[in-house]
Every structure is written in C-alpha cells, then in structure tokens.
Design a protein around this ligand. Structure first.
Ligand SMILES: Nc1nc2c(ncn2[C@@H]2O[C@H](COP(=O)(O)OP(=O)(O)OP(=O)(O)O)[C@@H](O)[C@H]2O)c(=O)[nH]1
Length: 351
C-alpha cells in the first residue's frame, strides 16, 4: 500500500474493556515529534512507488468511477441533526464526543481529504439537501464514490429517514448498481439494550420491505449500530473502509500466518491517526479486543508525547539529539496481570 502508517497491536488472552481516554492529535506540539506521528506528518511527501500496474481503488478509480481526482469518496448522508458532522469530527479530527454538541448545522457539502493508509475523501452533506434536484450534477457526486454512509438517528422518529434512504437507493440503482450503502443506526448510546435491538431490527426490516416492494431484491446494504460515545463508530468505519481495500485478503492471510506462527490470539493492523483498523486475521472479531487495542494505541501515543520529543544535546545540536533519543519505530509490550498470562503487543510498521 502506498503511504500507510500502521501499527499492529496483537492481543493474546481474553477480552478486556477500558474506557476511551480520547486521544487528541491537536495536542501535539510541533517539537514533540514522536515516531508514530512522523509518518503521518510526512505523508504529503510520501514516496509513491512507481508501478507499471494502473492504480486500483485506493489511489484511483472505483468500479463505478470515471477518471477524476482519484480518491474514493465516503459520502455521509442522512437527515438533519442525525450526527453526520459529529461522526466525521470524532473519527477524523479527534473531537471529544461531548464537544459535538456545539457543532453548527452543515449548510453546504463539506469535502475533506484524508491522507493516511490510503487517500480518500469524506463528503459531509447537509441534511436538507436534495441531491437529485436537476440543479445538482448527480454524476459528479456519485461517480467516484467508495461508499454511501447513511446515518439514521435511532433516538428520533426515523420513518422519513428510511423513506429518503430508499428513494436514494432506488434512484441510484440503475446508474450505479455497485454502490455500497452502509446504514449507521446512530446514537444508540441512549437506548436500552432491548429497545436498541428492536429499533435496529425494525429499521432493517422496513428498508428491506420497501425495497423489495419496489422490486429491488438483495440490495448491497449493510447495517451497523453506532455511537460517537464508544468504539462502535470506529468499528463501523473500519468495516466500511476495509471494503475499499483491494489488498484486504492478502493482509488477512498475512495476519493469519502471523497469529499461527507466533501463537497470537488476535492481530490487527491499525491506522494510528484514525484508529480505524484496516485488517485483522480471520478469527472471530469481538469489539472488546478492538477496544483494548485502540486504547493501547492511545496510551503509547500519549507516553511517546511525553518522552519522544527532540532534546537538544549538550552542544545544542538537535540532529545529534535525535540520534541520542533513537527515534526508532515504536514497539511496546504490556502484560495484563489481572487476567493471567496475557500480553498486548504493539509494533509500529512504516508505510
Ligand atoms: N447521544 C448521541 N448524540 C449524538 C451522537 N452523534 C451526534 N450526536 C449529537 O447529535 C447532534 C447533531 O449532530 P450533527 O453532527 O451536527 O448532525 P448533522 O447530521 O451533521 O446535522 P446537519 O449538519 O444539520 O445535517 C449533536 O448535538 C451531537 O452531539 C451519538 O452517537 N449519540
């Protein structure tokens, strides 16, 4: 993969859950150049290997695509106040979830480019926008799309949201039959377990029934229960992003063999910046193991922030000081005594 900055926390032993301490990349002082961040900061200038093979999804065209700016798009759509901007701010800008209360309504399409393990764009749509209005260039919106993420507020009346979702799917069905539609049943944090699963089932049922009444059987729609107040939103995004990574089967089989050869129970490749996991081995995934690995990254980044800065050497030469502090790739191992002989191991790998 071109331009990737990844780490592999591998978990051994049963799951443990730790509360999210919300890592904030905005907190990094320019002088505190820890190793994990260096790659991220350097990505703009990252070398792209020259390849005779035309670029695939991650750098170029999608199955529906026409040549354009070459970055797959994730479109965030849904009703007003359903939580689209909050999702994008929490996942990609490390905004603490409680601060999303102060986000203003989006009034025009907000386009952001992400440079990370792969380049992609996130387009945040205003809730009220009718993108099938003739004034809009529909092709321009949907041509290079990687996935359409439809956000439904599970705490609110959702029938209108379902209607709009179905209209959108049906409108796109003929011109863009391969578009992945990812439905985030969002804000589930405020719901009791029973109500949460009833709502989730109800939404799936209604979408499927309406589409099948309209003659569209087996649409490519997936559903997730999400909240910005826990790891579920990162997990859901991980699964969406993984669908866009053509190398996923290769990564999975490499991780399978890592697990088999090193007797590791579960291994993940993480994108440090977003804490999206790009791949994991094919053993069953549970959110607990994802959460603890993700929190572990926070801890390592926080510790690196304290100790990983460039210290001027005695003669004031910063370059020498870097040599002294030896900024190698991050590597870390902890034992979790409470649960017996379990280890959590993180190894940073470069792009
Ligand atoms: N309880 C809860 N509230 C959330 C969650 N996500 C977002 N919110 C709240 O929902 C409200 C609306 O969020 P926004 O992100 O502005 O919604 P939007 O879809 O971008 O809205 P528009 O810009 O008007 O289209 C904010 O007060 C958020 O704090 C969540 O997972 N749980």
């Amino acid at each position: 993969m071109p331009s990737s900055s990844l780490s592999i926390p591998a978990r051994l032993g049963p799951e443990e859950v730790v509360d999210d301490p919300h890592m904030g990349f905005g907190r990094f002082k320019p002088a505190a150049k820890l190793t994990l961040m260096r790659y991220l900061q350097d990505l703009q200038d990252a070398e792209i290997p020259t390849s005779p093979v035309p670029p695939k999804y991650h750098t170029g065209r999608l199955p529906n695509g026409k040549p354009g700016d070459g970055k797959p798009r994730l479109l965030l759509m849904g009703q007003r106040r359903s939580g689209k901007s909050s999702i994008s701010s929490v996942v990609f800008h490390k905004l603490p979830p409680s601060e999303t209360l102060y986000l203003e309504t989006t009034t025009r399409i907000k386009k952001e480019s992400m440079h990370s393990f792969m380049d992609f764009q996130v387009w945040d749509f205003p809730g009220h926008l009718d993108y099938f209005d003739p004034a809009f260039d529909v092709d321009n919106i949907f041509d290079e799309i990687g996935a359409l993420i439809w956000v439904i507020d599970a705490q609110d009346e959702y029938l209108d949201a379902i209607n709009r979702l179905n209209t959108t799917i049906l409108n796109l069905q003929h011109s863009y039959p391969n578009i992945l539609v990812e439905v985030f049943v969002h804000k589930v944090d405020g719901l009791s377990d029973d109500y949460k699963s009833d709502t989730f089932r109800d939404i799936i049922q209604r979408v499927q029934d309406e589409l099948s009444d309209a003659g569209y059987e087996n649409p490519p729609v997936s559903y997730y229960q999400t909240s910005i107040y826990d790891h579920s939103i990162f997990e859901a995004f991980s699964k969406v992003i993984q669908k866009l990574i053509p190398q996923l089967p290769t990564l999975e089989s490499l991780l399978n063999s890592l697990c088999a050869n090193c007797r590791i129970e579960k291994a993940y490749v993480f994108d440090v910046l977003s804490k999206i996991y790009i791949a994991t081995d094919t053993s069953p995934t549970d959110i607990g193991s994802y959460e603890i690995c993700s929190d572990y990254i926070d801890v390592v980044v926080d510790v690196s922030e304290i100790y990983g800065w460039d210290r001027p050497s005695e003669n004031g030469n910063v370059d020498e000081a870097i040599e002294e502090t030896g900024n190698n790739d991050a590597e870390s191992l902890i034992t979790m005594e409470r649960k017996g002989n379990n280890y959590l191991y993180l190894r940073e790998i470069n792009k």
